[in-house]
Write a protein that binds this ligand. Structure first.
Ligand SMILES: *[C@@H]1O[C@H](CO)[C@@H](O)[C@H](O)[C@H]1NC(C)=O
Ligand SMILES: *[C@@H]1O[C@H](CO)[C@@H](O)[C@H](O)[C@H]1NC(C)=O
Length: 509
């Protein structure tokens, strides 16, 4: 086994020293080839949960079986009803003037048995028409193949804790590439591994609320890496030469920085990165294949000291590690949260075993520093220049290119979403800082195009540029102030902090 200390010293010094500082204060523009977009996912927007041959996903099953686990006992049965209103969705994208739309495919709308034995013609038609409508207006589809909605019958077989998931996913991905790859050139295999594995299997923060921490979440992580690799190799071997697209995955990357500049807090911060997101990205994008070293050593050590005869982290064989290594043309970065990390302070009691107990670091949000904001719900704190720091850390770690595939904030209802306006301006200034330094950041997708079903928070937390009236059967969409501000930035490729959206009417220019 490699020496943890040597690796730490190397990775920390790389992370701390590889970028200089940026220049502030002059008029700056986004490059002409920088892609602006907006994002959604199928379960959160489509509705039509059992229409035209679609069968239940994990999220249909969960919301119907455990309605009390959702803040407002709601579900995605109808959601924003994009199944029936996708033409209006494309119209909104044209109003914003964005170059790209990130949407996901519902696995059970396309493959009602979960397996690739039977393709649902109505599902093919829906996504085909949607994609064609986008292309008609030169809006590039960025299609997520899997955004959490596991077919419920596959979930009953263990979902991502069943190693056969890798086969099921490959078969599904092949159908998707075959059907849509002539027109879709930009793919995300899997969205947000941590939310699937740690939140869904390792705790109760998302469906299926399995709460088997420190075990199921690690099994799931290995499945994610192998499933992504299968889809990537499949694309290379059967589709890339004729379709010529790019394939990546989207990972939630918070900004973690040390609470103090001690070596202990710096090491704790690196541990937090590894346990939170780098377990999904180091094996693909770093120079050395396999799990991150300190992450894997710590779990082995803890497992043995807890009486387990072997590590709770499933090993990656040399062959598996090589198979996973390099399986991404780009890294999609979803970003919502900033935290400071401490080795000794803010520690909490956690279930044993669990990922949180294995990592055993404290996190906090400074209350005495300028530039930190938090939403009205007290969640999702954002630190100053957050996206710059995230991109800077990533580009020190990996040689690849980046897209911000989600960025946004929660608010309540209402069209005057001042907090969102400020957040988008700040986050995009932060992206400009990264561009200034030559970091290869190629695009930015606002989460979300419209208000939608926010998982266990139901409709109580809104992320949309467009408001959706969920009490009206027609689900009318109305531009919020943030939509006008985003449009202004997209159109002028420049952030005008004085631009006032009040009283304007949305049009297609
Ligand atoms: C493993 O645990 C022992 C005691 O539990 C500790 O002394 C040692 O430093 C740990 N090693 C690592 C790599 O964490
Ligand atoms: C929007 O809200 C902000 C802060 O809550 C307020 O200052 C501003 O006047 C409001 N604008 C309009 C047009 O209502």
């Amino acid at each position: 086994m490699k020496s943890g200390n040597v690796i730490v010293v190397l990775s920390l010094s790389l992370i701390l020293s590889c970028h200089g500082s940026f220049v502030e204060g002059r008029r700056r523009e986004f490059p002409q080839d920088f892609i602006f977009g907006a994002a959604t996912s199928a379960y959160q927007t489509e509705g039509a949960w059992d229409v035209d041959g679609k069968t239940p996903s994990l999220w249909d099953y969960h919301t119907h079986t455990y309605p009390d686990s959702i803040s407002d006992q709601s579900n995605g049965d109808i959601a924003a009803d994009s199944y029936h209103h996708y033409l209006r969705d494309v119209e909104m994208l044209r109003e914003l003037g964005v170059q790209s739309y990130r949407l996901s495919i519902s696995w059970t709308r396309l493959l009602p048995t979960g397996f690739a034995n039977k393709v649902n013609p109505a599902g093919v038609e829906y996504y085909s028409k949607f994609i064609d409508e986008l292309l008609k207006y030169n809006i590039t589809p960025l299609v997520t193949i899997f955004h959490w909605d596991v077919p419920q019958n596959l979930q009953q077989l263990g979902g991502l804790t069943n190693p056969l998931f890798v086969d099921w996913f490959e078969d599904y991905a092949r159908v998707v590439f075959e059907l849509f790859g002539d027109r879709v050139k930009f793919w995300i295999t899997i969205n947000e591994p941590k939310q699937i594995c740690l939140f869904g299997y390792g705790s109760t923060r998302l469906a299926p609320q399995l709460n088997a921490g420190g075990v199921a979440d690690y099994i799931c992580a290995k499945t994610i890496l192998l499933a992504n690799a299968r889809a990537y190799h499949l694309y290379n071997e059967e589709f890339r030469s004729k379709q010529g697209g790019q394939v990546g995955l989207a990972v939630d990357v918070p900004w973690y920085s040390p609470h103090t500049d001690t070596k202990e807090d710096e090491f704790a911060t690196e541990l937090q990165r590894q346990f939170d997101w780098a377990l999904y990205t180091d094996p693909i994008f770093s120079d050395s294949p396999g799990w991150p070293a300190e992450f894997s050593e710590r779990i082995l050590n803890k497992s043995l000291s807890q009486g387990y005869p072997r590590s709770r982290l499933p090993p990656l064989s040399r062959e598996e590690a090589e198979y996973i290594h390099g399986t991404g043309d780009f890294l999609g970065v979803n970003h919502y949260v900033s935290n400071r990390v401490s080795a000794t302070k803010f520690l909490k009691e956690h279930a044993v075993p669990s990922t949180y107990d294995d990592a055993n670091v404290g996190t906090t949000v400074p209350d005495d520093e300028e530039g930190w904001t938090v939403s009205e719900f007290g969640i999702m704190p954002q630190g100053p220049n957050n996206l710059y720091h995230v991109l800077s850390q990533l580009s020190c770690r990996y040689t690849t290119r980046y897209y911000i595939t989600e960025s946004g904030v929660p608010t309540g209802t209402g069209l005057n979403d001042t907090y969102r306006v400020t957040a988008y301006r700040n986050n995009l200034e932060s992206v400009l800082n990264a561009i200034d330094e030559g970091i290869p950041i190629k695009g930015f997708y606002a989460w979300s195009l419209m208000d939608n079903f926010e998982w266990l928070s139901g409709y109580t937390r809104r992320f949309g540029l467009y408001d959706v009236d969920f009490t009206d059967p027609a689900r009318p969409r109305t531009a919020k102030h943030s939509a006008f501000v985003y449009k202004h930035i997209v159109t002028h490729r420049h952030i005008d902090h004085e631009y006032d959206p009040a009283g304007r009417t949305m049009t297609i220019d």
